[in-house]
Design a protein around this ligand. Structure first.
Ligand SMILES: [Zn+2]
Length: 267
């Protein structure tokens, strides 16, 4: 019998382990939801793929307590780690080249090609890893309002809310993505969960935050949150550069390219 290729992986958090390349049984899973624009469906599919191809943990890194039984729990895994795994699974199973249709700023449609090996990786620092391992929140003092804010890094369990925010909250996306991470704000009444001064809840408070403070908060999050930068640049023949999220740009992120050609030929 054929033995699938085993691939060692080191995550941005420091976790290490092994996964195997995808098999046709996983391709069937993908074909069932291929082309779905619903981010919730894609996120669910991705979790099934990641779970099916996982083999073992060799070094738990900051997950030593969370994965104490030796099993990988995608719900407790940092979203940045999950994204890295997703990209690596794609690279090992289908290669690193991704082709997709895109449009430049001047309106030209063209087929872009990016290498998934060129994506930037941002590791979790040793200090942040220790904080995350102990479930301690991260802190930042906002320069304008002077408030101390405590936030958590996004994990798999937050992913559906992130997908919902990306789909439904286009108008309030930036405050929504901050609200998903912020756990405590100095000056809030612990009993009511409302700000003692303005009587706003966390979402309301974040919406009224000066941009200067919101930028400081976003920077503080970006400083510690690990992961892979899913944004890739492609250049049109006319020279303009377009930035795209690789997992969103290509509906066939996990689909072999030949299949896509076949379906195009049919249509
Ligand atoms: Zn162009």
């Amino acid at each position: 019998m054929f033995t699938p290729k085993t691939v060692p992986i080191r995550f941005p958090s420091g976790l290490r382990g092994e996964f195997r390349e995808m098999l046709v049984s996983e391709e069937d899973l993908i074909a069932a939801t291929a082309g779905s624009q619903k981010s919730r469906e894609r996120a669910t599919l991705n979790d099934r793929l990641l779970g099916a191809c996982w083999l073992r943990i060799t070094e738990p890194g900051p997950y030593r307590q969370k994965f104490a039984d030796g099993k990988l729990d995608l719900g407790k895994m940092l979203i940045g780690d999950k994204s890295h795994y997703l990209v690596q699974l794609r690279v090992e199973s289908l290669g690193d080249l991704l082709r997709f249709q895109t449009q430049c700023g001047r309106g030209h449609r063209y087929e872009a090609q990016v290498s998934l090996k060129a994506l930037d990786l941002k590791p979790l620092t040793a200090e942040a890893a220790e904080r995350f391992a102990q479930d301690r929140l991260f802190e930042v003092r906002l320069p304008r309002t002077g408030r101390q804010v405590r936030f958590a890094l996004l994990i798999g369990e937050d992913q559906m809310r992130v997908e919902d925010a990306l789909t439904n909250s286009k108008d309030e996306l930036s405050s929504e993505l901050l609200a998903l991470r912020v756990r405590e704000i100095e000056g809030f009444d612990l009993k009511t969960g409302l700000d003692a001064e303005t009587n706003l809840d966390i979402r309301g408070f974040l919406k009224r935050l000066p941009t200067f403070d919101a930028t400081a908060l976003r920077d503080a999050i970006a400083d510690v949150e690990p992961g892979v930068d899913l944004e890739a640049e492609s250049t049109c023949k006319c020279g303009s550069i377009t930035t795209v999220d690789v997992t969103e740009a290509a509906t066939d992120f996990f689909l072999p390219h030949t299949r896509r050609k076949t379906s195009l030929a049919k249509s």
